[in-house]
Design a protein around this ligand. Structure first.
Ligand SMILES: [Zn+2]
Length: 273
């Protein structure tokens, strides 16, 4: 071999080594792709059983109603108290989670922040839009608003634009029946149509989102209503009673928060959940 031939042979050798390396890389990449596909194909998504759901630590779910300076009682707090509660939750490191996160946590064991809380408001009052949403947003929280459709656009109650705005700002809009008739009283198909099916349609037309969550009027449920509501909702919320052993997803506990100090709020969270 002359000098020219040696140079040429070296070049060919080097080139083929490089090509071989490249093709090996491609092969590995293909293999990785194939493995991923196979993993996806064989991954079995199992849902927790009712028993497993009941055994999981509960997430605190707070339930508020009226926010004003005049009304007294368990179902009302002042705007100042609400602000103090939100600040206390934020200062204590709480993160507000949305119902879809709670569902994925309960059913699929998906992770949620260590100090999770859900903040809910019942009965569609105007102050939920005017006071509650801005205060929650100030502390980086998002809430869940349970609406009775009979109150839409009525005095002191949220109108359709306000509800659509809440949904667009990342809050969840859930259903609280048509007119607050308790779920245990729905007997006929027509009752279910009036209190559940039609209101779901109405709310989803307003928010352009699915309506997947329900709060029982007065928190009252029985196994029959929970079974039926499961056909419509991913989660349904009761108050602080015992959950149904067969339908824990349709009987998620909440605690009513009256006008109490932030210390009492923290104690109530610890005691109830
Ligand atoms: Zn209510």
């Amino acid at each position: 071999m002359n000098k020219k031939q040696i140079l040429f042979t070296s070049f060919i050798l080097l080139f083929s080594m490089f090509s071989c390396k490249k093709s090996q890389d491609n092969h590995n990449a293909d293999k990785a792709l194939t493995d991923t596909v196979i993993v996806n194909k064989t991954a079995v998504v199992t849902k927790n059983t009712a028993q497993q759901i009941l055994e999981k630590p509960q997430v605190p779910v707070l339930c508020y109603h009226r926010i004003d300076n005049e009304t007294k009682g368990d179902y009302s707090i002042t705007p100042a108290t609400l602000e103090a509660h939100m600040k206390a939750l934020s200062d204590s490191g709480y993160t507000s989670i949305q119902p879809t996160q709670l569902y994925d946590y309960l059913v699929y064991n998906k992770a949620i922040p260590d100090k999770s809380v859900m903040i809910t408001f019942d009965d569609s009052r105007t102050e939920h839009f005017e006071i509650a949403a801005p205060v929650m947003e100030k502390y980086g929280f998002r809430g869940v608003f349970f609406i009775m459709t009979i109150t839409l656009n009525k005095k002191n109650y949220m109108d359709t634009t306000q509800i659509a705005t809440l949904a667009a700002r990342g809050h969840e809009i859930g259903l609280h029946s048509m007119d607050h008739t308790m779920a245990t009283k729905y007997k006929t198909d027509a009752d279910w149509e009036t209190n559940v099916n039609k209101p779901i349609q109405k709310l989803s037309q307003i928010t352009h989102k699915q309506v997947d969550y329900w709060a029982y009027p007065n928190g009252v449920f029985n196994t029959e209503s929970a079974a039926k509501l499961q056909e419509h909702f991913k989660l349904s919320f009761i108050l602080s009673q015992k959950r149904d052993s067969v339908y824990p997803l349709q009987t998620v506990r909440r605690v009513i928060i009256p006008d109490i100090s932030t210390n009492s709020l923290m104690k109530s969270i610890k005691r109830n959940f």
